[in-house]
Structures are given as C-alpha cells and as structure tokens.
Design a binder for this molecule. Structure first.
Ligand SMILES: *Cc1c(COP(=O)(O)O)cnc(C)c1O
Length: 550
C-alpha cells in the first residue's frame, strides 16, 4: 500500500494503555488502543488517537488489613504532555465546558490528542477526573467530551480524517457532532446521517450485556448529549433506553468484533438490530516490542537457550513478588499466572472449586499460583472474589500469591515469568483476551477455555492446552462444574506430568507456542486488516466470520 493514498484515521477511545506511568487506562480496551498507536507509529500509518487526559485515571487498588480491596485515587501530573494551544467548548446540560487539548507522543506512539476539562475556568472540571467512575450523568458528560469535544478538537486543529474509528461505543457522540456539522452545512437529517455513517467504523467489544452501556433517552436530552438532534432522531439511532453499542452499529458503515468466535457471538447478539452495519471478525493483536522478551523470540528461532531465557524471566517475577509481598516462590516449582479484572464471569476461583484436589498440590509444593486483578470500584462481587483469593493466599502462604494493583507492569512480569497462563472465563464471554497472546509469545503456555482468541490458536498438547471442549450451558452452576472437572483433568494428566517428567516436550511446546502465534497475533496483522477490510471504502472484504473448529 502506498502511504500517500491511505485513508487518514482518527481513532477514538476512552482509555489508552501506553505506559505503566501514564494512568489513563483501566484494562484490555486501553491496552489494545495503546498498542495500536505504537504500531501505527512504528509502521508510519496515518492514524491519530483521540482520548481524555484523566486527572485521576482508574482506581489504584490495595488490599487492606481486613483483606478487602480499597480504592485510592491520586491526582497525577505529567511532564510529557504538550500543549497544543487549542481549546474547544462543549455543552453539558446548561453549561459551557471548555476542553483543553494536549498532545502525547512520548511512548513511541502515533500522535494522541487528549481532552481535559480540569481548568480553573470550568465549573465542571470533574468531568475528566475518574475513568469509568459513575454511570449516568457523569458518564454521559465524559462521553460528550470524548465524542463531541473530540470531533471539534480535530476540526480546530485543521485535521480532516477520512475515517472516524470508534473503539467501543463510548465514542458514539462523535457521530452526533458529525451529523450536526453536516446539517449546519444544509443537509437534511437523513442525508447528514448517511454522510456521517460513510466515514465511521466501529469496533465492538464485550459480549457481556451489562457491559454494553445504555442511558434513558430523557437523561441524554437533559444532559445535552443529543447535540441538537431530536428525541425521535435519538430513538431512531440508539433505541430506548439509548444503547451505545446499538447506536454505534447504526452510525457506522462497517463494524468488527475482536476475534472469530466473538464475530459469531456479536452477530448473534445484535441480530435484532435493524439498519446496522455488518460485523466482521478481526482478531486483536499485541505490540510485540512492548510485551514480548526479544530473547525468547530469538531462542525460539534457534539463537539461544529457551529454558535459560525463560528462567531469567521467571526469576524476575519471583524477585518482584518477594519485594511486594515478602513471599519467596520456588523457581523449580510449576508456576501458574492468572491476571485479569476481577469480575464474576472470569471465575478467578474456578481452580479452587474442589479443595480435595487442589489443596494437596499447593501444600506439597507441586503448584504455585500467582493472581492479580482489580475489581471495578463499584463491583462488590468482584471485590469479594479478590478477598476470597487473598484468604486462600493466607492459607497457603508459600504457594498462592495475590499481587495488588494489577497494571501494565505486573501484566508484563506475569506474562513473561509464569510457566502457564490460566484463563477460564464462562464461555463465550471473553471477546478476545490479549494477555494470553503476550504469554504465548513469551513461551508461557496457555491453559485455557476455548474462548476468545484461543479458540482459533489452540493446538492442544502442541502449543498449549484447552479444557472444556467449548462446552456452554445456560446454567452457570452446570458450566462451572463441567469446566472445573475438565481443568483438573488436563492439569493433572497433562500439564503437571509434562512439567516435571518431560521437560523436553515442555520446551518444544514453548517453541511451538511462540512460533505459532508471533505473526498471526502481531498487532501489525490487525492493523493491516483494519486498513484493507474497514478503512478502505468499498473494499471487497469477506463478511463471514472465519470458521473455527471446536
Ligand atoms: C494485557 C492486559 C490486559 C488485557 O488482557 P485480557 O486478556 O483481556 O484480560 C488487561 N490489563 C493489563 C494490565 C494488561 O497488561
């Protein structure tokens, strides 16, 4: 592709995970966005990012004396933010809110423009305070800043994108601003919608219904999110209550799901939505220089000793754990890593369902498990999950560890230093799961339910293991019981014996893991697909979800 004929893309996202020191991300959505901007810079692709300069960002979460997670919010200052000199104004309810625009390019990333309301002249400076704080008016105000403010900021800077890419539904109000501008130029609503749609593409993420945000139409109108559109026009776009994902599907010319299995799930989930864009499957990828130890890549290709390189990473993790918790893990004992947001469907405690099986393994030091993950500040079920894990870590202080305040740094250490990466969501709730890709490319063997990306990557016993055979059941109790039994079977019959009695096979599997994933799940491949299948208009793309054999 010739760089000069490529469409120019503005990528909108609520969060960006560029660096552990830059607290404007919460989890996987932001990591994907951060990795994408780094790849765009590395390959000189015409992509810029639009987001929010969060004052406090997401929760800093620590475990208290009572073993419960506590949320702490710090105000962060950064010296790498560049002042663009641009300010734009958005209306939130009956107030004008000024948004200052910063530019960030300090992390080997394509330009990222961040809106900030934390200014002395704003009464509503709190809007850009906390990432994913409260639903309702606070969230709508934040979405006004991201979407409406974001489009105005690009215009004020003289940037004219060919494509507006909404990463998640949070950005749909950008569509309203494009419609408003078209109508101000004389178009009817229908024509203005059509013209806006022609420039918008959308990536849908979570298959968890509650993760697909909606707001009462009256509240949208009250907050001024309608941006001059009428109640009926809002209803036509997002339904009632106004669903952000439905709206994004109707405001875009094409959409994508983030893995091939998620493509099937998402098409099923949104099949009742009329006038929506088609959802194709473009599996996520990761930015390899950020997440993968280059020595492991080299060793997998025959330049170096895979096991020695892995043990260096395992020791780094073990040292970190000692510093943070005082616990000294044994480098010769199998180490399972589990790093995920603590929420019910991810089932952090699945492996503890049968204490008769798992406790002896922990007591006899056959197995060590390191957990990390934050719960959303308002998710009490997630917080109980964490407390439960912390309690078990007190019971087995030499073999179970919980690392508080999961972040990019812990993610990096865990996906390099564990021997096995465990993933057991209640299927098919995991849209993709990029942490498993990080592990796979570091020679950390995936032991995972066939969900998200693993359904298309797994060669059982060759580059990792699956368990559960893709079983799904409407009753969570039946599914959990089935999956925990399947987990124990693979763990006891395959993972543990291979680790302790067939090291050569283990090392072969590490090599296979790296070699079978490093190109397919490189974010470069995802970016190329974004351009060829989404950004180029009228590109002849295959619209069907790729078949996966489960
Ligand atoms: C990679 C990463 C994620 C995304 O991983 P999932 O597999 O989607 O859970 C989330 N948080 C952090 C800190 C990460 O490094």
């Amino acid at each position: 592709m010739n760089q000069h004929t490529l469409p120019k893309v503005a990528y909108f996202c609520m969060e960006y995970g560029l660096d552990p020191s830059f607290h404007i991300y919460a989890g996987g959505l932001g990591i994907l966005a951060g990795d994408y901007l780094k790849a765009a810079k590395e390959y000189d692709m015409p992509v810029i990012g639009v987001g929010i300069r969060w004052r406090q960002g997401y929760t800093h979460q620590e475990i208290g004396q009572d073993l419960k997670p506590y949320d702490i919010f710090y105000d962060y200052e950064y010296d790498f933010l560049k002042d663009t000199g641009v300010k734009v104004t958005v209306q939130v309810h009956n107030r004008q809110v000024i948004c200052k625009v910063w530019k960030v390019d300090a992390f080997g990333n394509a330009p990222l423009y961040l809106l900030d309301t934390y200014l002395p002249e704003n009464e509503n400076s709190w809007i850009t305070g906390q990432l994913y704080g409260r639903m309702g008016e606070e969230r709508i105000a934040q979405e006004i800043v991201l979407g409406i403010g974001g489009v105005k900021a690009l215009k004020a800077m003289g940037i004219q994108p060919d494509v507006y890419h909404f990463n998640e539904g949070h950005a749909v109000l950008a569509g309203f601003e494009l419609i408003r501008q078209n109508m101000a130029a004389g178009m009817s609503f229908d024509k203005a919608l059509e013209a806006a749609r022609d420039k918008i593409v959308f990536t849908t993420h979570t298959p968890v219904i509650e993760g697909n945000e909606s707001h009462p139409l009256n509240q949208m109108m009250y907050m001024g999110a309608n941006n001059t559109l009428s109640y009926e026009q809002l209803y036509a776009i997002g339904g009632s209550p106004f669903n952000m994902t439905v709206a994004a599907l109707r405001l875009s010319r094409i959409s994508n799901a983030v893995s091939q299995l998620h493509c099937q799930t998402a098409n099923d989930m949104w099949k009742h939505v009329s006038n929506r864009s088609e959802i194709i499957g473009i599996t996520n990828g990761i930015h390899i220089p950020t997440w993968v130890d280059n020595n492991m890549l080299l060793a997998a290709e025959g330049h170096g000793d895979l096991w020695e390189c892995h043990m260096i990473n395992k020791m780094k993790l073990i040292r970190f754990i000692k510093e943070k918790t005082g616990v000294i893990l044994d480098p010769d004992v199998l180490l399972i890593g589990f790093g995920r947001r603590a929420t019910a469907y991810k089932r952090h405690d699945l492996i503890f369902r049968d204490p008769n099986i798992i406790f002896p393994l922990l007591r006899d030091k056959k197995l060590q498990i390191v957990f990390s993950g934050k719960a959303h500040p308002l998710d009490n079920v997630g917080k109980e999950i964490i407390t439960n894990i912390v309690k078990i870590s007190k019971q087995f202080p030499e073999s179970v560890v919980f690392l508080e305040n999961y972040d990019m740094n812990i993610g990096r250490l865990l996906t390099r230093g564990a021997d096995v990466w465990l993933n057991n969501p209640r299927r098919p709730m995991e849209a993709c799961g990029t942490s498993g890709m990080k592990a796979a490319m570091n020679g950390v063997l995936n032991l995972s339910i066939l969900d998200g990306w693993w359904a298309e990557a797994c060669e059982h016993g060759v580059n990792g293991w699956q368990f559960g055979d893709g079983f799904t059941h409407p009753s969570p109790a039946i599914q959990d019981s089935h999956d925990s039994k399947a987990l124990y079977q693979v763990l006891l019959d395959e993972v543990i014996p291979t680790y302790y009695h067939n090291r050569q096979k283990w090392i072969d599997m590490m090599r296979n893991s790296i070699l079978s994933t490093k190109d397919r799940f490189n974010i470069k491949r995802m970016m190329d697909e974004y351009f060829s299948r989404m950004y180029f208009k009228n590109s002849q793309t295959d619209r069907s979800c790729k078949k996966i054999s489960i």
